[in-house]
Design a binder for this molecule. Structure first.
Ligand SMILES: O=C[C@H](O)COP(=O)(O)O
Length: 250
């Protein structure tokens, strides 16, 4: 039985005071039995959020990490630093990082390995561009990205990974994949993981859908047998909307 996981990805939004105010509003309300709620926030807000989340069931995540523990990497943050803060999750390989910060599949894999080295749970993003979808390459793209991300992981580590299938054309556009289409791709990703390990490992992996998920469509996605949650951008920024997303995952 996989526990549904709703993760808000705040991207580059919210100051410390805005993040703290958000948490005051969602505390006790976005804590729904049987659903895991996560907020992946900007680095600057993480210490305040980790403190605010003490004693709640809401987990805090980062949106990136460097694969080295430390060194001359100006502007970067490592897994050591995130672990030290008390962060639990880290998003890796989001399409915005792949597109704007030249993250390759190899870098994504190094970051996944770094996350495990420091006891962080990776939320690994995979997904196709519009032109790839139109060329019917959705599954081959997801297969390559998934196999690369899992390279070198033990079965026990693999079972802990959270995968987020995010078709790039659906991110922030209001054009969400249909639940049936998302289910088809996510079932395929699960088969890819089964091919790398075994059915039991693949069945333990939680796979989210992401891309224009809103309170009014989240339950449709979660109603699919292979979809275990959502990675949500825009609709995770407002407390009422985030609470509704978590409740919709019940
Ligand atoms: O990480 C979240 C995704 O990029 C989805 O963003 P969105 O919900 O604003 O479409």
């Amino acid at each position: 039985m996989r526990t549904p996981i709703i993760a808000g990805n705040w991207k580059m939004f919210k100051t410390v005071s805005e993040a703290t105010a958000f948490f005051v509003d969602v505390k006790g309300k976005a804590e729904v039995s049987g659903v895991e709620a996560v907020i992946c926030a900007p680095f600057t807000t993480l210490p305040a959020l980790v403190e605010a989340a003490q004693g709640t069931s809401i987990a805090i995540g980062a949106q990136n990490l460097h694969f080295e523990d430390n060194g001359a990497f100006t502007g970067e943050i490592s897994g050591v630093m995130l672990k030290d803060l008390g962060v639990k999750y880290v998003i890796i390989g989001h399409s915005e990082r792949r597109a704007y910060f030249a993250e390759t599949d190899e870098i994504v894999n190094k970051k996944v390995q770094a996350a495990f080295k420091h006891g962080l749970t990776p939320i690994v993003c995979v997904g196709e561009k519009l032109e790839e979808r139109e060329a019917e390459q959705t599954k081959s793209v997801c297969q390559v990205q998934t196999e690369a991300a899992f390279a070198g992981l033990s079965a026990a580590q693999a079972a802990e990974v959270v995968v987020a299938y995010e078709p790039i054309w659906a991110i922030g556009t209001g054009k969400s994949s249909t639940a049936a289409d998302a289910e088809d791709v996510i079932a395929f990703i699960r088969d890819v993981i089964a091919g790398l390990y075994d059915a039991a490992t693949a069945n333990a992996v939680r796979i989210q859908y992401g891309g224009s998920v809103k309170p009014n469509n989240v339950s449709e996605y979660l109603g699919q047998s292979n979809i275990d949650g959502a990675l949500v951008g825009g609709a995770s920024l407002e407390p009422a909307s985030f609470i509704a997303l978590v409740e919709g995952a019940k």
